[in-house]
Write a protein that binds this ligand. Structure first.
Ligand SMILES: [Cu+2]
Length: 223
């Protein structure tokens, strides 16, 4: 019994540590999209770990309790083989968890994938073998052209238009939760709102030729 109690204590501490790191991670999000994606990630992770621990503990207890020991006798006949309440519980509880996660994931997708009607800056990112070209147009009429480097002010809504002039590329800014494909002949649009000044990596995540690895750029978010 003492070991079971210790297991419960360790599990509780582990889940508390996970919750605390989740809270600090979402507090330090680089963009509004990243904040949404991070909180969904942590909800899914904590639930998955909790379910994994629960199943593991039940399994260990069952193995220990029902193992064959010295003096083992045949089990009594006519042991119960079904329990309607238990069966209903293990069907309904996972269904509710999946439904809640589905709703939260749909909400997150709606937020990250719906470009706002109004924005402050439009960035056109053009994929080339093997570099990124940017056109940054503000609503006040200024236009900046750059290659391999992008500078944006924090707390401005950025509309992204992604193009490619040769093969498929994919623009990924991991820290900001931004990921859009660059397809020749087809413009993709997205958006994000950086809210933490800093320097962020922009990479290509579509294998686009021998120098794919070198197709990196930098995003600087100023305050
Ligand atoms: Cu590429």
């Amino acid at each position: 019994m003492r070991s079971a109690r210790r297991l419960i204590l360790v599990t509780t501490l582990f889940l508390a540590a996970l919750l605390m790191s989740a809270a600090s991670a979402s507090a330090a999000s680089g963009s509004t999209s990243d904040a949404q994606i991070s909180s969904l990630f942590w909800i899914v992770s904590i639930l998955a770990v909790a379910i994994g621990v629960f199943v593991g503990v039940v399994m260990v207890i069952t193995i220990l309790k029902f193992r064959v020991r010295k003096g083992h006798t045949r089990p009594q006949a006519n042991l119960p083989t079904s329990h309607h309440g238990l069966e209903a519980a293990w069907t309904i509880v996972p269904a509710v968890i999946l439904l809640v996660l589905g709703i939260l994931a749909f909400e997150t997708l709606t937020f990250t994938d719906t470009v706002p009607q109004t924005w402050d800056v439009q960035v056109t990112a053009i994929g080339h073998q093997w570099f990124w070209e940017f056109w940054t147009n503000s609503t006040n009429g200024t236009s900046v052209h750059s290659i391999g480097a992008l500078t944006l002010k924090s707390n401005l809504t950025v509309k992204l238009v992604i193009k490619s002039v040769d093969v498929d590329h994919s623009l990924f800014i991991p820290a900001l939760g931004v990921h859009l494909d660059a397809i020749p002949g087809h413009d993709n649009t997205g958006w994000f709102k950086p809210n933490l000044p800093g320097t962020y990596d922009i990479v290509c995540t579509q294998f686009c030729g021998v120098s794919h690895y070198a197709m990196v750029a930098t995003l600087t978010v100023t305050s």
